[in-house]
Every structure is written in C-alpha cells, then in structure tokens.
Design a protein around this ligand. Structure first.
Ligand code: PTJ
Length: 261
C-alpha cells in the first residue's frame, strides 16, 4: 500500500491512512463499496466525539473483556471493513481468548468470504469459520448474515460484532446470546440493542480490547462477574451522548473559528 502521497505533517494524516487501508481492502475484494460509505458515517461520529477513546468506551471495553473471558463459547464476527482495518488485532484477540474468528457478511459472496478468511490467515489466524461451514442459522433474519457457522455463531454464548446492522444484533439477542458491539454511532439500532456497546473506532477499540483481556486474564470468575454485573449499557450510551453535548457546548463557548495568523 503506497501512502507516500500523504504528507507526514498533514493534520488529518491518521484519518487518511485509515481510509487508504479501506481503499486497499476494496481493491483486494475484501471491502464492499457500501463499506466505504459506512466508514464515512463512522468518521462523522468520530469527529464529533473527538477522535479519541472516551471514558464510557473504556468502561465498555473493560466489561467486554470480562464478559469474553467468562464466556463458554465466545466468537469474533468479522466483516469486510474490520478485516481491512484491524486484521492483526482481531487475530491477537482470537488467540488471547481461544475464540474463533468467523466471517459474517451483509454483502456475502463466496469469493469475498474466502478472501477475508485468507487475509486473516495471512495475519496469523489458524482456521477461520464462516466460509464452507455455514448454515441458515439465524431465524428472523433474511439477509446473508443469517448464514453462520455450526461451530461458531450458531452455538456461541457471546458474540463480538463491529460495524453491524441492527437486525442481526436483535436476532442474536432473541437467540439468547450476549452481544458486544463496536459502533461509533451511539444512536444506531445495533448500539441500542447490544448488551455492551463500545462507542469507539475499531482501529482504537480492538487493540485496547486485546490489552484489557490480557490485563484481566488472571482475575477470578467472581471479580469478572462483578465487572459485568456492574455494567449498565443504558448509562454508558447516555454518557456518550452527554460527552457529545458537553464537547459541543465547550466548542461553542471557546469559539469555533480557527484563526490563521
Ligand atoms: O462487509 P459486509 O458485507 O458485511 O458489509 C459491511 C457494512 C459496513 C457495509 C454493513 O455492515 C453496513 O452497511 O453497516 P451499516 O449499517 O452502515 O453500519 C455501520 C455502522 O458502523 C455505522 O453505525 C457506523 O457509524 C459504524 N462505523 C463505521 N466505521 C466505523 C464504525 N464503527 C466503528 N469503527 C469504524 N471504523
């Protein structure tokens, strides 16, 4: 991937580098065009929250790590955007938890599923579920996301999803599973339906989740249960909205205009 055209001192360098990963993913047949649009929506929310991991997201990441460590059968669901943006961190998370990676796509083709699995394997993954082993496993769901692995999402008790559509989150919940979502939009149906919502960019959230799993790994079940039991997603999403409100009020009181000397 050539990014030499992005000046080192460009004020939006980080954001442009992330975009390039998606463009590269699109060229490789991993990301769909709709994924580029979805990323734009995410960028807008990221701009509003301040492009950093805010406190409510840190609390959600800690609760997610605890829930994943407590899970009997956790599964990490991977789509085109996450495979392009954070493949190495998804593989690390999968290894830390002993949880399988499963390709699950809204715009599914056999070829894309294979390419995404290959990308994960190129980053160190062993077996990747969700390519050959899928069945129509999610009732109530008519999109291609209904195709899940018998050994993975079908039998999972906890599913980690990112850049998700609300329909599947709702269906997974109806199946009695716990859902952890990573979504920059605190108002999306996914964010509001999940058990734990990490309102953060996947490029920051997934590496932080890996660190948190490592740091909680030796805690007792009781301690982990206490972290999960004390977590309230309604409060966390409200805190995200309050953060946005305060940030906008602060910007208004300080003045929005950037003066060029
Ligand atoms: O790879 P496929 O075929 O499974 O398709 C994936 C997309 C993303 C096209 C599909 O899931 C989709 O259409 O998603 P939505 O319904 O647009 O939802 C995407 C959500 O993710 C939105 O709420 C965005 O704000 C959020 N989002 C976008 N980029 C990021 C993000 N959240 C976290 N990190 C991001 N980088």
């Amino acid at each position: 991937m050539s990014t030499t055209w992005i000046p080192q001192n460009h004020p939006r360098r980080e954001s442009l580098l992330v975009r390039e990963k998606l463009v590269e993913g699109f060229k490789k047949g991993i990301v769909v065009l709709q994924g580029l649009i979805a990323h734009g929506r995410g960028e807008c929310f990221d701009y509003i929250i301040g492009e950093k991991t805010i406190e409510p997201a840190r609390t959600a990441i800690k609760a997610s790590a605890a829930l994943l460590l407590l899970a009997r059968k956790p599964v990490i669901s991977v789509n085109g955007n996450t495979a392009a943006l954070v493949p190495e961190h998804l593989v690390r998370l999968s290894k830390e938890l002993g949880a399988p990676l499963e390709v699950n796509l809204f715009h599914r083709t056999r070829e894309r599923a294979e390419r995404i699995a290959r990308e994960l394997m190129d980053h160190g993954a062993g077996r990747v579920l969700g390519v050959d082993d899928v069945v129509e496993g999610i009732p109530w769901l008519h999109s291609e996301r209904r195709l899940v692995s018998r050994e993975g999402i079908l039998v999972a008790d906890v599913v980690l999803v990112a850049l998700e559509d609300g329909d599947r989150t709702e269906a997974l919940k109806k199946m009695g599973k716990k859902v952890i979502a990573i979504d920059l939009n605190p108002l999306s149906r996914t964010a509001r339906t999940a058990d734990i919502t990490i309102v953060d960019n996947v490029v920051r959230a997934v590496p932080l989740l890996v660190e948190e799993v490592r740091s909680l790994r030796n805690r007792s079940r009781e301690e982990l249960e206490k972290i999960v039991g004390g977590y309230d997603n309604n409060k966390i999403l409200s805190d995200v909205l309050l953060h946005i409100k305060l940030r906008i009020e602060e910007l208004v009181s300080k003045g929005i205009v950037i003066s060029i000397p």
